[in-house]
Design a protein around this ligand. Structure first.
Ligand code: KG4
Ligand code: ZN
Length: 333
C-alpha cells in the first residue's frame, strides 16, 4: 500500500499530484500567466510564483485525493532538468515535507517522467517501445527498454520542437506559449498554402534553428510586400508551419521504428498535445502497422501526475534519496 505526494516545479507550472496504489487521484496544476507579458519564461519570476503557489497546490491536491498529510508514505519530486530557481522551490518543499513526516524522498528525472506518463492510464505500452518526447526544451527519440532503462537514440542539435512553435508564434506576434495558439489557428487553415524547407539532418537527429530562421525571413519578406500579410494569412501560416514540424518529427520516428524493428510507438511532452501531431500519428500508425500511445491532454504538458507515477515505480523498488539531494538544472538522462 502506498500514497505518494509528487511535486513538479521545473519550469513555470507548479504542480502537485497524489498517487494512491498506482492510481493518480489528484493532479493540481497552477499555471503562471505572468510570463505572457514577456514572450517567454522569466526564471526569477517563475521561482517567486512557485513560492506563492506551492503550499495552496499541496492543500488542494490532498483535498482532491481525500487524504491527509499523515496518509502520505513518500514524497517524489522533480530533481531536474529545468530552471534551477524553480526546481529549488519544489526540491526544498519536498525535503522539508519528508523530514517533518519522517518519510522517504524519491528523486525523479523530468524527461523520464514525461515518458512514464504512459503508465498512468490504460492502454499501457509494452517494453521495448519508442517514444518521441517533444517539449519546450527537448526533442528526443527514446528507446524505452524498461521503466528506468532508457536510451536516447536521436535528439535535436539545437532548438526543441516546442521552441519552433513558440518562436514562430512570437514572429506572428502571438503571446507565449504560442504552441497551443498555433494549434488552434492551424485547425482553420490550409497546411499546403506555404511550403517550408524540411531540414536534412543525418541519423535520427533533428534541427529546428534554420527552420525557424527560414520562417522569420519568409514572414519579413511577405510583410514588406503585403503589409497585412500576417493578419490576412494567420490560419494558413499556422497550418503550414505545423504541417512541416509534424512532418519533420514523424519522418524521423518512422526511420527509428524501421531501424529498431519496433512498432510500439509513443509520444510525450508538451508538443504531444498538438492536434496535428496526434491526428497524423494515427494515420501513420495505419500505414506503418504501429500500435500508438498518446497521453491524455493533462499528462502531456508539465504535470506532477507523471512525477507521481515515476515515483511509484521507484517506491516499489525502494529507490530513495537522502536529505543531501539537490536540484540539477542539467541532469543526465
Ligand atoms: O512539456 P512542457 O509542458 O514543458 C517543458 O518541459 O518544456 O512543454 C511545453 C511546450 C511549449 O513549447 C508549448 O508551446 C508546447 O509545449 N505546446 C504545444 C501545444 N501545447 C503545448 N505545442 C504545439 N501544440 C500544442 N497544442
Ligand atoms: Zn516538460
Amino acid at each position: 500500500m502506498s500514497v505518494i505526494l509528487a511535486i513538479e516545479s521545473s519550469c513555470d507550472d507548479t504542480s502537485v499530484a497524489i498517487c494512491n496504489n498506482g492510481k493518480i487521484t489528484a493532479n493540481v496544476i497552477a499555471n503562471q500567466t505572468i510570463h505572457q507579458n514577456y514572450g517567454g519564461v522569466i526564471p526569477e519570476l517563475a521561482s517567486r510564483v512557485h513560492q506563492q503557489n506551492i503550499v495552496p497546490a499541496v492543500h488542494q491536491a490532498l483535498l482532491n485525493a481525500k487524504v491527509t498529510k499523515q496518509d502520505i508514505n513518500a514524497v517524489a519530486f522533480t530533481r531536474g532538468p529545468g530552471l534551477l530557481g524553480s526546481l529549488l522551490v519544489g526540491v526544498s518543499f519536498a525535503k522539508s515535507f519528508a523530514l517533518a513526516l519522517n518519510i522517504p524522498l524519491i528523486s525523479v528525472n523530468h524527461m523520464h517522467a514525461h515518458i512514464l506518463a504512459h503508465f498512468i492510464d490504460d492502454p499501457k505500452p509494452n517494453f521495448p517501445f519508442l517514444c518521441l518526447t517533444v517539449s519546450g526544451g527537448h526533442t528526443q527519440i527514446v528507446l524505452v527498454k524498461d521503466y528506468f532503462d532508457m536510451e536516447i537514440v536521436g535528439e535535436t542539435l539545437d532548438d526543441a520542437a516546442g521552441e519552433a512553435f513558440d518562436k514562430t508564434a512570437k514572429i506572428l506576434q502571438l503571446p507565449y506559449p504560442g504552441g497551443p495558439l498555433i494549434d488552434k489557428y492551424a485547425q482553420l487553415g490550409d497546411p499546403q498554402k506555404f511550403k517550408f524547407a524540411v531540414p536534412q539532418i543525418p541519423d535520427l537527429n533533428f534541427s529546428f534553428s534554420g527552420f525557424k530562421t527560414s520562417i522569420l525571413y519568409f514572414i519579413r519578406k511577405q510583410e514588406q510586400e503585403h503589409p497585412n500579410f500576417i493578419a490576412e494569412n494567420l490560419n494558413d501560416i499556422c497550418a503550414s508551419v505545423q504541417y512541416s514540424i509534424v512532418q519533420i518529427l514523424l519522418n524521423k520516428l518512422k526511420k527509428a521504428a524501421k531501424l529498431y524493428g519496433i512498432n510500439e510507438i509513443a509520444i510525450a511532452g508538451g508538443v504531444s498535445a498538438n492536434s496535428g501531431l496526434r491526428n497524423k500519428l494515427q494515420d501513420v500508425a495505419v500505414t506503418e502497422g504501429w500500435k500508438v500511445y498518446i497521453p491524455a491532454f493533462q499528462y502531456c504538458t508539465d504535470n506532477a501526475g507523471m512525477i507521481a507515477i515515476a515515483g511509484y515505480q521507484k517506491f516499489l523498488k525502494g529507490d530513495f534519496v537522502g536529505q543531501e539531494v539537490s536540484p540539477m538544472a542539467r541532469m543526465e538522462f
